[in-house]
Design a protein around this ligand. Structure first.
Ligand code: SF4
Length: 219
């Protein structure tokens, strides 16, 4: 009987980087589909769902602040806000900080929807929880680097991440928690770095570049 020749996956398979991209694409499709379906069940669009979730997380915001946080154009935000105001889910009031801007606040019904909308991505939590602690740490490290790279390309909003924050002090010591948040004056481990911090204050571009270099270069 002839010897079975096993396929050579290294030669015939796509490179690992391509397969990771394919996997991320599949995850992205699932997230989009879930967001669309859950928003549809609530009688709003996916963007309107994102807006009420952001207002539930961060409190009152202007249209420009929403646009920056969500990475959605201002005209799209304005259209969605108009519908949310008509549905009595959001109210507008003058913003004391910017005389020409309006502050968007959730109504009681809007806050209830916002709380539900915040939990829409949680269907992913079970899949993530299935990873070992080591896999989660490696995955998180990769996610931080990818999000930072996409921020550089202008494809992901700059807000929320420690590595772009004026309060972040990367690799100021050795050990398990090498970073420091100067805002709360507390140490941070690599897997405690935040991606959506409400206290985030965007550092200047030159500082962001330096922060990233220091973050990648352990003390
Ligand atoms: S304020 Fe938030 S984003 Fe900034 S360093 Fe502290 S934890 Fe990170």
């Amino acid at each position: 009987m002839g010897r079975t020749i096993l396929p050579n996956f290294d030669e015939n398979n796509e490179p690992l980087s391509s397969r990771i991209t394919t996997g991320l694409h599949k995850i992205g499709l699932a997230m989009k589909q879930q967001a669309w379906q859950q928003a549809n069940e609530e009688g709003v669009s996916a963007t309107q769902g994102q807006i009420v979730a952001a207002l539930a997380t961060h409190g009152a915001l202007t249209g420009s602040e929403l646009s920056q946080r969500l990475g959605v154009t201002l005209p799209t935000i304005s259209d969605s806000v108009r519908v949310l105001v008509d549905k009595k889910l959001v109210t507008k009031s003058p913003d004391a900080r910017h005389p020409r801007a309006s502050l968007l606040t959730l109504t009681r019904r809007g806050a209830q929807l916002g709380a539900r909308a915040r939990s829409w991505p949680e269907f992913m939590a079970a899949a993530v929880a299935d990873l070992t602690a080591e896999e989660q740490r490696a995955f998180f490290s990769g996610v931080v680097k990818m999000v930072r790279m996409l921020q550089e390309q202008g494809l992901v909003p700059l807000s929320g991440m420690c590595v772009t924050c004026t309060h972040f002090r990367p690799n100021v010591r050795t050990g398990a928690a090498p970073h420091q948040c100067a805002f709360v004056n507390a140490p941070l481990a690599n897997d405690q770095v935040r991606l959506d911090c409400p206290e985030h204050e965007l550092a200047a571009e030159v500082t962001r570049t330096e922060l990233w270099k220091q973050f990648l270069r352990p003390a």
